[in-house]
Ligand binder design. Sequence first.
Ligand SMILES: Cc1ncc(COP(=O)(O)O)c(C=O)c1O
Length: 358
Amino acid sequence: MVEIRKSISGINKYAPSKTTEEVTKQYGLSPADIIKLGANENPLGPSPKAVQAVREYADAISMYPSADAIELRAALSKYTGYPTEQIVVGNGMDGVIDVTTRLFVEKGDEAIILPPTFSYYELFTLMCSGIPRFVPRKSNFDIDVDALIDNITKKTKVIFLCSPNNPTGNVIGEKELLQVLDATDAVVLVDEAYVEFADSSAIELVRECENLVVTRTMSKAFGLAGLRVGYGIVPPWIFREYMKVLPAFSVNHIGIVAGIAALEDKEHLQSTIQTVKKGRAYLTKNIPFKTYPSQANFVLVDVSPLSAEKVCEALMKKGVIVRDCSLVRGAGKSLIRVSVGTSDENRRVVGALREVAP
Ligand SMILES: Cc1ncc(COP(=O)(O)O)c(C=O)c1O
């Protein structure tokens, strides 16, 4: 029997947030009693305009979509101010990161990753038989620019940055980002999954930096996580190569039409941002443990002296799903991540945490 590639057999499977169905079964609760604040989804759900577009196009699903999602890219061009020739798409941002990593990382190449951070960077690097080089963040979770630059070698092909960072919620300053960009020819990929909730973005720098890629998603502020629509702003030289290797039809027909409708629904976007910012302030103020300042739609909480695992378990018994970060590399054993929900959901998670707090 042939063997699975060595770099793949060592990979730990991605551990997604618990689903409502799993918790229903495990704890004998009714789905109506469960709130899910474990996957940073949109508390208001999708834009009603996107839902309408999905309904209208249901009869067209026997047809292939456009191979390169040009209609969606045109709408993203309006939203971002970049030409369609600098906008790539993928099956979720996960798809965009996957293709981008495959463009640059070959066997033995290195990718720099700054834990604790989004775990897929490591997975995609390993899938290319690349070597992740981990540069831990400082104790306040800021990136350690000097240590990062010290770890750049001739083999470094990609540097993964995340701003706001998942699960810590902090952003990278423009000064630090420019320092990193200046120090390397490697591709610097800035993951801006949560940018709509933040005060800053790196997107404008793509115009002047030949090695900068900014990746984004419609899963969070646009509420389309179930449809898997991601995109990236890239320099023209990367665009040409990316489009050669992107599997055709990576964004499906429903994703394209719902994506366009969601981009047009400015009102829903603004309500989402307002709801998240208000809820984030409420959680930060009222959670009875140490919280970290966040520019995303979640708040990182240090539940010491309790363990994250115990707290998540106790919350799940009460029908509240949050994220146990002890499964995230470099996050230690006492961090949990709470997504911002509706006001009712936020009150409930605060109440549940008060009950488990020592
Ligand atoms: C930092 C970060 N990047 C990328 C993604 C993946 O986004 P998508 O749903 O578009 O694949 C997530 C999802 O949670 C994320 O937190």
